[in-house]
Write a protein that binds this ligand. Structure first.
Ligand code: NAP
Length: 337
């Protein structure tokens, strides 16, 4: 079988297609024939060597994929051969709140991920895909969609009439737009590109802000809410955007701190947090139970992921280069079969 492996250093040029043996399922395990995988910003960071616990060990990247169960080991009853499943981002976080052991076993680093033809997993480490989804649609869900779901629904308790501010038009933010609209919320979305903002409007965005043309986008968001501020911020921007997210929020608003696109460290205005009674949630994707809840919501709402660009597995370098260029809107997918 084929596996795209990061080896002999970090960086997109260190991705190489290798031949490996097809794995065999042991007791309690399954083998999944992966059909598609998708890229997340985290995967790009891993390929570039950021956050790798063992930077010199070879790694099959990509946390997110989907495929068909082709072999089940002794004692497996959760899934059966032929099921379309999504390997879970956290292989050991099944339900309840996050715990340290639950957050350690992550596909695409430190564990080998989905940029390969077959993957062997614990039968507990997968969830069924939404009904009627193609493999490439299902492959977009485990990290980006689940993060947006947890930010807005699990931690944010979104309700009809709320206003959500989503930053940029990448994978997490476009899912946030879709879940927010399905929940009956109003969405303000930012982007560096007017063309992408037009695409966001066609998905239901109610108001748009070009954050390059309007660097003080928080003031603009506040204006768009009649001075009240937004109920939820899907904070993917990191260091440069967090201070403005405080200013864009209503009194008692919720900020889901997710990303680091503009960097990691910034002075924090503590007074802005307490004087506005902000609720700040740190988010690391979600559990398998969160994923199952999200799939039920997708089945009901009919949300389909926005797949902007597709590449075959052997062109993974081109896919990562595209993500690095940030020209995409929504998701970038690798087709494996
Ligand atoms: N904590 C978690 O559990 C978790 C889970 C998933 C992702 N993340 C993090 O969330 C972030 C987004 O991930 P992703 O996979 O959705 O990324 P992505 O698909 O690569 O999205 C990148 C997009 O973000 C926008 N962007 C970049 N810099 C920005 C800035 N300073 N302000 C506002 N928007 C900006 C740009 O949109 P425009 O081109 O429209 O401007 C860019 O195209 C990353 O930092 C990632 O590591 C964290």
């Amino acid at each position: 079988m084929r596996a795209m492996v990061l080896k002999d250093g970090n960086g997109i040029d260190h991705l190489h297609l290798e031949t490996r043996d097809v794995p065999k399922a042991g007791s309690g395990e399954i083998v999944v024939r992966l059909k598609a995988a998708s890229l997340n910003y985290r995967d790009l960071a891993m390929v570039n060597g950021l956050g790798r616990s063992n930077p010199s060990a070879p790694l099959v990247p990509l946390s997110d994929g989907a495929g068909e169960v082709v072999e089940v080991g002794a004692g497996v009853t959760r899934v059966k051969a032929g099921d379309l499943v999504c390997p879970q981002f956290f292989q050991n976080w099944f339900a309840g709140g996050p715990t340290l052991p639950g957050l350690l076993a992550v596909l695409g680093g430190p564990l080998d991920g989905c940029a390969q033809d077959y993957i062997k997993l614990s039968a507990e480490g997968v969830a069924k895909a939404p009904a009627g989804y193609t493999a490439e649609e299902a492959a977009t869900l485990p990290c980006a969609a689940l993060t947006a779901w947890r930010a807005l629904v699990v931690e944010g308790g979104i309700k009809p009439g709320d206003t959500v501010l989503a930053q940029g038009t990448g994978g997490v933010s476009i899912f946030a737009l879709q879940f927010a609209k399905a929940a009956g919320a109003r969405v303000i979305i930012t982007s560096s590109s007017d063309e992408k903002l037009e695409r966001a409007k066609s998905l239901g965005a109610d108001a748009t802000i070009n954050y390059k043309q309007t660097p003080d986008w928080a003031a603009e968001a506040r204006k768009l809410t009649g001075g009240r501020g937004v109920d939820h911020v899907v904070e993917v921007g990191g260091a440069d955007t967090l201070p403005q997210s405080f200013m864009a929020s209503r009194i008692g608003g919720h900020i889901a701190v997710i990303g680091l696109l503009s960097g990691l460290v910034k002075d924090v205005n503590v007074a802005a947090i307490f004087s506005q009674n902000l609720k700040i949630s740190g988010i690391t994707v979600g559990s398998r139970a969160h994923f199952d809840d999200m799939v039920r919501a997708i089945d009901q709402s009919g949300i389909r992921p926005v797949i902007d660009k597709r590449f075959p597995l052997e062109e993974a370098r081109a896919a990562f280069t595209t993500m690095q260029g940030a020209s995409h809107f929504g998701k970038i997918v690798l087709n494996i079969v």
